[in-house]
Ligand binder design. Structure first.
Ligand SMILES: [Zn+2]
Length: 327
């Protein structure tokens, strides 16, 4: 993979290519942005481009011995630091500080990629600061973090920030289709993944059919009875790993209800193959009711983000949705 294969990050990529072409790449970079949008892939490609043996300007050939070694993670001048346990530790940074002073063994530049740099302990960040205060000539450090504010200001201020944005949904969907996903499913996954290809690929392995079934059950709860509500909440809570995915899928359904109330354009739906069902459900409800349903789910998601009790929150949400629907 060269820079041209990286999807949807035109601005970041052209900036990096220019600095590599003109040999003005900063000693320390921080790639910010959400997970799964290409930050790590780009960091590896920077390492390849800086050391490629092929005749390529501002990119890599991805075929030479150097590129192959980097792809396999065995190039002696390209180092990856990832959290050990839950954090990047001071000993890992001490190792980096030592290695960084040595000349490259076989490449032109030494490259250090610090994945999830936001997990660095304060001591680790302070230790890294020493290297960044007097950066050795031939080393490049690439920190990967969600945002610069996740790092100590003293550290962040010494890194040039390159921003990676969420990917457009059609870009994510197109890539999923290349990987064998059908049209409807790829759009569904791309919408739920909110611009992260990595997340969309992860979601492909989730029990989506089952989750969609639970979403349908939510709107089929009989009025006046409490047991079915408690039972549904119980079943959803039991599947801890898919709880947040269920809520996102439910939110997407509420969003689709609103969309199909105001337009019949199926291409705008997350649940593209459920147009008729969505229309049927939304026809009987006022726009105000639909918006209130959307907010009910959104509030539950926000509440769980602040450690609200999942079972209680779900029970309340299901009851509210049922009442809003019946109102
Ligand atoms: Zn190469």
């Amino acid at each position: 993979m060269g820079f041209t294969d990286i999807l949807g990050q035109g601005w970041a990529i052209s900036l990096l290519r220019r600095t590599i072409e003109t040999s003005r790449i900063p000693h320390a970079l921080v790639f910010t942005g959400p997970k799964g949008v290409g930050r790590f892939l780009t960091a590896t490609t920077v390492a390849k481009a800086l050391n490629c043996l092929g005749d390529v300007q501002g990119d890599c050939c991805d075929r030479c011995l150097s590129c192959t070694k980097i792809a396999k993670g065995v190039h002696p001048d390209v180092h990856l630091l990832a959290p050990e346990g839950s954090s990047l530790k001071i000993d890992q940074v001490r190792g980096l500080n030592q290695e960084v002073t040595l000349r490259p063994y076989e490449g032109r530049r030494k490259v250090f990629i610090l994945d999830q740099a936001e997990t660095m302990t304060e001591q680790a960040q302070n230790a890294l600061l020493k290297t960044l205060e007097e950066p050795p000539g031939r080393a490049v450090l690439v920190l990967i973090a969600p945002e610069v504010s996740a790092l100590l200001p003293t550290l962040a201020s010494r890194c040039s920030q390159i921003r990676f944005g969420p990917l457009p949904e059609n870009v994510v969907a197109a890539r999923l289709q290349e990987e064998g996903c059908d049209d409807t499913e790829s759009h569904f996954l791309a919408s739920l993944a909110g611009g992260s290809l990595g997340r969309a690929q992860e979601l492909r392995t989730s029990p989506l059919q089952e989750i969609r079934g639970l979403v349908e059950e939510t709107f089929a709860l009989p009025t006046g009875k409490i047991l079915p509500v408690l039972d549904l909440a119980e079943r959803v809570v039991r599947q801890k790993e898919t709880l947040s995915l269920f809520l996102e899928a439910l939110l997407a359904w509420c969003r689709d209800l609103t969309v199909s109330k105001v337009t019949h354009r199926e291409a705008l739906l997350v649940y593209r193959n459920r147009g008729p069902a969505l229309r049927r459900q939304s026809e009987g409800l006022a726009l105000g009711q639909l918006l209130a349903m959307y907010h009910t789910v959104k509030q539950t998601i926000d509440g769980l983000g602040r450690y609200a009790n999942p079972r209680l929150s779900l029970e309340v949400m299901f009851l509210k949705l049922r009442d809003l629907q019946a109102a």
